[in-house]
Design a binder for this molecule. Sequence first.
Ligand code: F6P
Length: 327
Amino acid sequence: MKAKKIKTIAVLTSGGDSPGMNCAIRSVVRTAVGNGIKVYGIKRGYTGLINNNFQEMNASSVGNIIQRGGTILQSSRCPEFREKKNREKAAQILEDRGIDALIVIGGDGSFKGASALKQEFNVPVIGIPGTIDNDISGTDYTIGFDTAVQTAIEAIDKIRDTAASNERTFLIEVMGAKSSSIAVKVGICSGAEHVLLNKDQVDYKKVSDTVRKGIRRGKNSSILVVAEGEKPGRSYEISQELAEKYDINSKVCILGHIQRGGSPAANDRFYGTTMGQLAVESLINGETEGAIVVRAQKILCAPLLDCNKKSDHAMREFVGIAETLSI
Ligand code: F6P
């Protein structure tokens, strides 16, 4: 059967924003416009979709945004979209506006919403992975990860100055409620003594032995990178336990949402741009349920259903390196 000609599309950003989302929006809009396709931006993610909050976009609407963090379309977490009645409303709004396909830039939860729209109401959808966590199944990379990691590394480099000057141990908590990718990469790149993953029990004995060994060898500071886990602030509990049971005093620094902001790094500009373009081209070529992914350094359109789960695949295997090198 011949694919339906795409005349009008819509694009939204959903979930936690990430640096590089604007690059993807820019690329989607300009690729569409260049191919004679009308394009709407939907404000505030799925919330804007079910509230009919659309704006038509043209090449100028995305001028001067390639370097800007956040998302010009704004984003939201939208629990209402888990209800079928709201997805039905969304599908109706898209149909009433004559929209042939939707592009969703976001994480695994946003992809689940997109899959449901396709499966239940036959709305053609393409997902572009955008989250600082790098934790979506089926893709080696998600837009925003590199910038977030770089932001955290720069912060730790600064903390090292004060840690060394005052001979202190620091627990530095990085983002990733259910993912350890940021923690592992940041830990390796900042020369941390230990990386404490979010799902694992803290091995206090091992951590305190490492810190003590470092002190004996003449190290004047220790950096422990902690993945935030379900509840941001777990580092305070860890710090207390280290003090009370192992006699190790530490300072806590929670980097928090600073990791979500800032001008996108080169990788995030590159993947935002190339993925945005391929998303529109895939629709033109008749794709109706895809996700744009990076696999073995190639950018391709994969089945969306392969990519709507969480996956901590990307970095966990490297976690031991920080400890090995902290002798
Ligand atoms: O978008 C991903 C993420 O930044 C996670 O790393 C973090 O755990 C979570 O979002 C924080 O969510 P919120 O901004 O809604 O508090």
